[in-house]
Design a binder for this molecule. Sequence first.
Ligand SMILES: Nc1ncnc2c1ncn2[C@@H]1O[C@H](COP(=O)(O)OP(=O)(O)OP(=O)(O)O)[C@@H](O)[C@H]1O
Ligand SMILES: [Mg+2]
Length: 344
Amino acid sequence: MTYGIIEPISRLSGQNNNFMITVEHLTKRYGSTLAVNDLNFSVDAGEILGFLGPNGAGKTTTMRMLTGYMPPSEGTAKIAGFDVLEDSLAVRQRIGYLPETPPLYREMTVQGYLHFVASIKGVSAGDRPRRVDWAIERCGLTERRHQLIRKLSKGFRQRVGIAQAIVHDPPVIILDEPTVGLDPKQIIEVRNLIKSLAGDHTIILSTHILPEVSMTCNRVVIIQKGRVVATDTIDQLLNRSDNRTQYELKLSGNLQALQAALAQFPDLAGVQTQSDGDNHLVTVTTNGDTDIGPELTALVVQAGLRLYEMNRRRATLEDVFLQLTTSEDTAEDEVFASETAADS
Ligand SMILES: Nc1ncnc2c1ncn2[C@@H]1O[C@H](COP(=O)(O)OP(=O)(O)OP(=O)(O)O)[C@@H](O)[C@H]1O
Ligand SMILES: [Mg+2]
């Protein structure tokens, strides 16, 4: 068995004293839909964890359970040692949460709303002005502080959503797709804000955008159909892709003979085909970095196809993500030994 990541001994042995967040066998069913299926992972204090997965993977459902907004069907989640179900009040005090749709009061000003949130989060009246100023400043809202929320653009409303998540200075911050709807400049600013909050805060952010995690996070949990399919550092994920090579072949003719030949070819990670009538784009992915270009060309000629173009490229982080999240039944045993090691 190979491990994709070297985990601290404590993580492997299940001692979770240093973890700010621990999730064990977390499961959520909506009727017959298994939205979250036996999730296990943990987050160290001060870490930024990326929670990555395609639409419908179960990111929001997991976050809603972590923040105490929805009970799990099975399993447990603990924030700073407090159980989200049994100690939900203690959990809510320690968490800042940016939901998918932040519950903003449209008729309040930015500053008025943040004062209101600070009061319901238990910030003392004496501390409130300082905390609100801090959140306004950190989220780049200074020039908008007296504006009504309903008059703000979507990007600025998203900033107010982040400001309300941090105004009470919680040790744990959970952000559901924090950069959705922001323009490129705002995206960079919000990523920098998130990075600047790490260290003092433990952060989980969900996204389905890969550059987001590689620019912001230390580690990533990738989920697909409610299950963890990988737990790794960004570097380790990139290492996974390092040896993989892709060949894109533009061809015309009947593909059958080529497909039969490729099925016999050793050490291929996958073959994908897009066809438009007799024209095809065939993508062949290998597990290694040995150049199989000449062999592929020979197979194409033997199969009686016309080859117009062949490109070779190293697989990227995006390819790894797609491979992990698009397979029908993920081969957990084989590809995701690191996850098993990390979470058992
Ligand atoms: N209230 C609900 N009732 C029934 N099914 C739900 C409910 N909320 C979510 N689901 C289902 O649970 C699964 C996970 O949904 P979830 O919203 O957690 O995914 P997600 O990873 O956040 O997706 P997205 O990237 O689109 O936000 C989906 O199949 C979804 O249809
Ligand atoms: Mg979601």
